[in-house]
Ligand binder design. Sequence first.
Ligand code: DC
Length: 237
Amino acid sequence: MSNVTVITIDGPSGTGKGTICCHLAYLMKWNFLDSGALYRVLAIAAKKNQIGNEDELELIELTNNLDVEFKMRNPESMADVLFNGKIVTDEIRTEVCGKAASVIAPIAGVRKALLTRQRAFCKEPGLIADGRDMGTVVFPNAELKIFLTASIDERAKRRFKQLKEGGISVNLRRLHREIEERDERDSGRKLSPLKPADDAIIVDTTDINVEDVIGKISKLVIDKIPNLSKRVVDYLR
Ligand code: DC
């Protein structure tokens, strides 16, 4: 594996991973990988091409040709996701797409093909990788591994607020159930289940706001990553 410095931030949905990774990657001017977005784009592409989850070979072919890019906008916003050069950020953020991604994710051939695609994001000056198995499987040699957690109640409330602000009305109890089901599927699968790496630092975000989580993680980055440029350290302080 390469010598490029990697920071992994794993955890279930609603822990603030995406916001935090985008913020850090933008300020540090490092590359960013939202691995969940790859599974989400794949789920959409499979549906458009009428490829079912049982068609493993076709799914592998689709994965090998998946053209996905991330474009950072500003430190406060999530990165835009481009699929074949077209922005699909809103399309892939729906609950339906999240569930489809979680259902396609346990397929062995898909995970194997995505491994190569994900590692291709590892380029100088460094990579911040967001997902479920970044620290355990995709980048086991990462310099800093963080695992974010938060109670399901809190995560459901955050997601509810986010959807409401985006003009989408949802039922909080249903959302809670869907998050619980997705957690069970992601943690219970045989291949690369959602779990912290043995050497991950666990940060519980239930009672901490996003600014404080960013502060906490910035401090970990400064403490644990050697040879950061002065520019990066100044930004993170
Ligand atoms: O992080 P997210 O909600 O965008 O991820 C969507 C789904 O993709 C998630 O429920 C499971 C799958 N996933 C995965 O299996 N491994 C990853 N590294 C990232 C996501």
